[in-house]
Design a protein around this ligand. Structure first.
Ligand code: ZN
Length: 121
């Protein structure tokens, strides 16, 4: 331990391992430190805005094979207020029916039966 008195460079090199040994004890990056961003699992994020329905494909239940683009009432149930098509995970429509539904909605948009996404707010 006589080296630290000899050169200042040796002193700086010796402080580094001392810091390293202290850091895990302080645990600056510890999981329980106060997070500025809040992070996931906030206390008041629990409320769900959309209620969960039974996830059953409506078209399978009613046995609708072909979705008519002229059936605006039916299509409007799968279009959000903004005009967007509601994703399958929210409506519960099965994949083949969602595909037909989306084409039908797009056809209905084209003849102005339904709004395009992003137009109305
Ligand atoms: Zn279906």
């Amino acid at each position: 331990m006589a080296e630290e008195t000899k050169a200042p460079a040796a002193a700086t090199s010796e402080t580094r391992p001392a810091e390293r040994s202290e850091r895990p004890e302080r645990s600056d990056r510890g999981p329980r430190g106060p997070r500025p961003g809040g992070g996931p699992g906030g206390p008041r994020e629990g409320g769900r805005k959309y209620f969960r329905r039974k996830k059953v494909c409506k078209f399978c239940v009613e046995k609708i094979e072909a979705i008519n683009y002229k059936d605006v009432r039916l299509l409007a149930g799968f279009v959000a207020e903004s005009g967007k098509i509601v994703p399958r995970r929210l409506t519960g429509v099965c994949t083949p029916h969602q595909r037909r539904l989306s084409t039908a909605i797009k056809q209905a948009r084209n003849i102005a039966l339904l709004p395009f996404a992003g137009r109305a707010q």
